[in-house]
Design a protein around this ligand. Structure first.
Ligand code: NAD
Length: 260
């Protein structure tokens, strides 16, 4: 897939999966805006890409839960590069707790980052896509977009919600050339996952080794983590797909966990 000349915006791109997608998009010829809360890390990621491909990356300060920041960030990309052809709404966090102990503030924070973030970034980029009659929007779902695990009420709810948003935007955007799809990775070893290993061990009363082997990888076909590069390849495929034939869909990359 070739993204030459495409303007792409990836949220949560200073780390983990988003960073790998930004790097892959740049290597496929795109310009990539690295939007993140962590501006130092976003600047460092952009500088590393620009060192290899001058002018290919810019860092954008953005809290995806804040409408003004989202709008200002998208406006900065459009001012620099003219439009947004591809949005990857990827920023996310994880908070695990049994529901009876799940703080309401944590629930709202989770839904704000995953769902408000997807809504606000979509709303900000889509007028530019409609104006040019084309665009691709990707939401970072999860195997938890279609199945549930204990301790993850807010995450599972949010990741299921993204499927509804993707299908709705696919319906609205289709006649105007805008496609939406959801990427659904299994466990990927990023800071988001590293943080929850000790937390899950404590809540489930098992060792950290068993969290990895049984909870995270127990239902894979080969006991392997999915990698950030695996997810980046899928993100490239969805972004570069040439027609509306592929819209409103989701694809699981999980070493066989959650086969359908
Ligand atoms: P990560 O912690 O490595 O990266 C997340 C990035 O999002 C960070 O750079 C962080 O600063 C940024 N971020 C957090 N809140 C933000 C906000 N309000 N505004 C802007 N940026 C914000 O995590 P990751 O594992 O790369 O996760 C990325 C996405 O992939 C998330 O949506 C996550 O739910 C999803 N996902 C992860 C896995 C996994 O196993 N790691 C599996 C399936 C889906």
């Amino acid at each position: 897939m070739d993204l030459s000349g495409k303007i792409t915006l990836v949220t949560g791109a200073a780390s983990g999966i988003g960073l790998a997608i930004a790097q892959r998009y740049a290597s496929a010829g795109a310009k990539v805006a690295i939007a993140d809360l962590k501006m130092d890390a976003a600047e460092a990621a952009a500088a590393a890409i620009n060192a290899e491909r001058p002018g290919a990356a810019m860092a954008v300060a953005m809290d995806v839960t804040d409408e003004d920041q989202v709008n200002a960030g998208v406006a900065a990309v459009v001012a620099a590069w003219g439009t947004v052809d591809v949005l990857v709404s990827n920023a996310g966090i994880q908070i695990v707790n049994p529901i009876e102990q799940f703080a309401f503030a944590d629930w709202k924070k989770m839904l704000a980052i995953h769902l408000d973030g997807a809504f606000l970034t979509t709303k900000a980029v889509i007028p530019h896509m409609y104006a040019q009659g084309s665009g691709a929007i990707l939401y970072m779902g999860s195997v938890h977009s279609t199945l549930a695990s204990p301790l993850k009420s807010a995450y599972v709810t949010a990741k299921h919600g993204l499927m509804g948003l993707a299908r709705t935007v696919a319906n609205e955007g289709g006649p105007k050339g805008v496609r939406t799809n959801v990427i659904c990775p299994g466990f990927v070893r990023t800071p988001l996952v590293d943080k929850q290993i000790p937390e899950q061990a404590k809540e489930l009363g098992i060792s950290e080794e068993d969290v990895v082997k049984k909870v995270m990888l127990g239902q894979t076909v080969d006991g392997e983590f999915t990698t950030v590069d695996d997810v980046a390849e899928l993100a490239l495929f969805f972004a570069g797909f040439p027609s509306n034939a592929l819209t409103g869909q989701s694809l699981v990359a999980s070493h066989g966990w959650s086969m359908r």
